[in-house]
Design a protein around this ligand. Sequence first.
Ligand code: SF4
Length: 331
Amino acid sequence: MTASPTIAAPRLEPGWADEVRALARRRDAVLLAHNYQLPEIQDVADHTGDSLALSRIAAESTASTIVFCGVHFMAETAKILAPDKTVLIPDAAAGCSLADSITVDQLRAWKSEHPGAVVVSYVNTTAAVKAETDICCTSSNAVEVVASVPAGKEVLFLPDQFLGAHVRRVLERENMHVWAGECHVHAGINGATLTAQAEANPEAELFVHPECGCATSALYLAGTGAVPADRVKILSTGGMLDAARESHASSVLVATEVGMLHQLRKAAPEIDFRAVNDRASCRYMKMITPEKLLRALREGRDEVHVDPELAARGRAAVQRMIEIGQPGGAE
Ligand code: SF4
């Protein structure tokens, strides 16, 4: 008998979310969804959060399978932290332009130019790059992590130039070298857009992710008094949720990927949240669809594998990130 095709035609019945839940129970799977996922994926997941929060949950979960609705490096990080669990991602082609902006060979060459330097990597990196890293960081603990490196030691910070510039400005650290990588989504949220939006919405608070190209502009606007300093908040995505719950503003401009608006609106329905750039949508994050999530649960794919030797080398750097991380502190 000829084998039938393994992928059923996409068919989203009203009860698809119930089917997802039933299949997850049958597989003993926990469903994790990043804040930038489609709203329907966020709503069906067991846990929604930033990459740090989800890494912690992956490490502590008692489920035998983790289904990671996010991009590939996040699923790899879950596998590094939970090597004995089965880790599935609904589409293994969901990459990250920021993680792709430095290869392990480029990092090795950079290290050879700065012998003895301490390598601090943002969590958006491949497992191979993490294996060459001393400490991983998130956007909320990046300042703290770099500050923990003895002042006389050089620091190689990668891969995000905007987050690196933010850390260097805060610490006024001269011996910190920053890799010129960027995320295509965050780079698209620029200072000109932010300035125009701030002028058009004079009452609004500004929530800015430090990976955004506009973080410098936001600080500049606050510094010149164009926007009162207490209205500009440089926040990780987890920090944005905390700030939303505490805010008394009637409207907030949000400078990060648009998927974040869903959780913010749930956290504070009375606030009018608007994207600084409503085209700032990560095409990789949006590759995870309900159809692919169903397929992942029905067929046990795409399974994520990390070479055990690489995983062992990357684990210490990731564990330091988790220990130092503040609650809710990554992309
Ligand atoms: S928004 Fe940017 S940094 Fe985040 S996953 Fe997408 S490409 Fe990577």
